[in-house]
Design a protein around this ligand. Sequence first.
Ligand code: SAM
Ligand code: SF4
Ligand code: SF4
Length: 344
Amino acid sequence: MTMDYRAMLPIIDTRRRHLEDLRISVTDRCNFRCVYCMPKAVFNSQFHFLPRAELLTFDEITRLTRIFVSLGVRKIRFTGGEPLVRRDLDVLIRQISEIPGVEDLAMTTNGSLLTKEKALALKSAGLRRVTVSLDALDDELFRRMNDVNFPVAKVLNAIESASSAQLDPVKVNMVVKKGLNDDAVIPMAAYFRDTGIILRYIEFMDVGTTNGWRLEDVVPGKEILSRINQQWPLEPVPPTRPGDVATRYRYRDGKGEIGIITSVTHPFCQNCTRARLSPEGLLYTCLFGQSGTDLRSLVRSQKSDQEIVSSIKAIWENRTDHYSEIRSSLTPGLPKIEMSHIGG
Ligand code: SAM
Ligand code: SF4
Ligand code: SF4
């Protein structure tokens, strides 16, 4: 049965939040070992990554996405792990872009595999936008942060390639960790000002259980903002839509805009409209979720689309998540899904 994406009414959770976005993590593997995400001590040769047979196939992801779109989702983002390590990702992108009702199709990547040719292929497959993660411009520091000795120049080239393939507006995500790369806040702003690329500063978060997060290591968004504002005065920009995670600011001299993502110091749970699908088909309704609901077994047990719709609808309608609003000294120790498994 093919679903009519307009047939269903929008669904809302217990806090009156709509389901609007789906983040699809296509792999739990990554070619980087960023110290704040996949510390080498844990993600080493002994680590058990998902075997291929456990991953959702492209057809399974496409079917589930169509179902999510029937429930109100309009924006899709591919993430991981590193999404570009999943073979033939452009085939999946094409399938998803052909689903009626998908209005935005984006990807978050570390940029290591985003060559000019790849960027053009992704664009022609239907990808609209790319966010590239980059935490420093200093080559030595960047190599230390990705912990696989990857040179910064290649990521800067990837950002160029995304721009020239018109995967725009291209955004750059910078995680700021005190004492590690907070000295890079101003150089990064200087580099991306006046380029059309939107730099977004992200507070270091207590995702997962392996990155040794401590509140003292968080540089509050307010402080990041004030540092930049002293150098180049900023003014706020209204959000494009209520579900935006970044607070936007523009340079008063007209040289572009930045965003600040303050999940720790200024949570935005009330506007959180995101569902997250893990590589093996678990549905999470929060980045800090302790467990997900197994949609793969529904897909593989010949359930009808309607039955899967009912399951997802029930999960969303019962959703109560607001982790960042209740974060305390105790919550970071709770068992939680790793960021490298579910994506940002
Ligand atoms: N590998 C891709 C990448 O790095 O862009 C996609 C997945 S990665 C998990 C998604 C985003 O999460 C990246 O921008 C990364 O910097 C961010 N991230 C990872 N760990 C984080 C943490 N502990 N706090 C804040 N952001 C984090
Ligand atoms: Fe890999 Fe992205 Fe995590 Fe870095 S942030 S280790 S690139 S998944
Ligand atoms: Fe959404 Fe959970 Fe983050 Fe709150 S903590 S904004 S509910 S993902």
